[in-house]
Design a protein around this ligand. Structure first.
Ligand code: PBG
Length: 327
């Protein structure tokens, strides 16, 4: 035998030498949840190890993460029902929880990169990512009217200090609309990470628990993509690219590695993968039962996302990975 592939696996040093992909803390974005109050840490039952924090404790938790070497964070708000309405008005209230939190985080940690979320659902009494209108044929999530809200939200976040705007809504034309709104107000240096290929699947359940943001009726299938499709992802990516996105994201990640590869093969922008709440919950649940080795599974899954072509991974595991690195 001339070819013996096992020679390249014969020892740890040789295996490391030939290893093609690896995880770096530079690649990870840690999503966190902020809520009202003081001194509050509220566990999310379906996401063991992840909690919503009032701003004071959020800053402490972030300090711990920064000390562990994490440098990029994504922030989502949990709002009481009383702050939600049809038009997500609270989303662009500069005195509101979210924008105040963004400002406080950037004041305390000027060197981190903070990604903010642009979508109506955390603030919407309908639990949808757009404005819901009664139409003769039934309810509709209206696209172009929603863009106006998203634009206001994005500019308000930029004003509060956001480094990266993350539109997670899937309305048509929102990247271009937001880019223009940001530029018009002088925020030409604020980046946009487009949720480019965001699928309407079952993996977002625990996140909707965290935000109390599940749709009050219907589903998100008229704006999020059909999990059976890949060609549409190219259309979404072409549009986001043309409209000025700085990063293209695929979400969820684990069941969509082919989409990550498809975008990475076809576009020169950095590709991000969102290792979503349900993917996190699956591994945590199996590990808690002793059915899987949680740590090894976590590292395998995240490395697979890198192998598929994700430069960046948004993951609730980020802190755990950072803790392992410190060992
Ligand atoms: C919606 C949004 C969702 C997530 C982030 N922003 C899910 C949804 O469509 O309801 C999910 C993230 C996760 O599951 O971890 N704007």
């Amino acid at each position: 035998m001339l070819r013996r592939p096992r020679r390249n696996r014969k020892s740890p040093v040789i295996r490391d030498l030939v290893q093609e992909n690896s995880l770096s803390l530079n690649d990870l974005i840690y999503p966190m949840f902020v809520m009202e109050g003081e001194g509050v840490r509220s566990e999310i039952a379906s996401m063991p190890g992840v909690a919503r924090y009032s701003l004071d404790l959020l800053l402490e938790e972030m300090q711990e993460c920064v000390d562990l070497g994490l440098r990029t964070f994504a922030l989502f708000p949990n709002l009481p029902e009383s702050k939600k309405d049809k038009y997500a008005t609270e989303s662009h209230n500069p005195e509101g929880l979210y924008l105040q939190a963004v400002q406080a985080i950037k004041n305390r940690f000027p060197d981190i990169a903070l990604m903010t979320d642009v979508a109506m659902d955390p603030y919407s009494s309908d639990g949808h990512d757009g404005i819901v209108e009664e139409k003769p044929g039934g309810v509709e999530i209206v696209n172009d009217e929603t863009l106006v809200v998203l634009g206001k939200m994005a500019v308000a976040q930029a004003r509060a200090g956001a480094d990266i705007i993350g539109p997670s809504d899937m309305m048509d034309g929102r990247i271009g609309y937001i880019r223009e709104a940001l530029d018009k107000d002088g925020f030409t240096n604020v980046s946009i990470m487009a949720y480019t290929a965001k699928y309407a699947g079952a993996f977002y359940g625990p996140f909707r628990d965290a935000l109390d943001s599940a749709p009050r009726f219907g589903d998100k299938k008229t704006y999020q993509m059909n999990p059976a499709n890949s060609r549409e992802a190219l259309i979404e990516a072409e549009l986001d690219y043309a409209e000025g996105a700085d990063f293209l994201m695929v979400k969820p990640a684990l069941a969509y590695l082919d989409i990550i590869k498809l975008l990475n093969d076809n576009f020169d922008l950095p590709i991000a993968a969102y290792n979503v709440s349900g993917e996190y919950a699956m591994i945590k649940a199996a590990a808690a039962n002793g059915w899987l080795d949680g740590e090894r599974t976590m590292l395998e899954v995240l490395t697979a996302m890198k192998r598929a072509g994700a430069k960046i991974i948004l993951t609730y595991f980020a802190k755990e990975v950072a803790q392992l690195r410190k060992l």
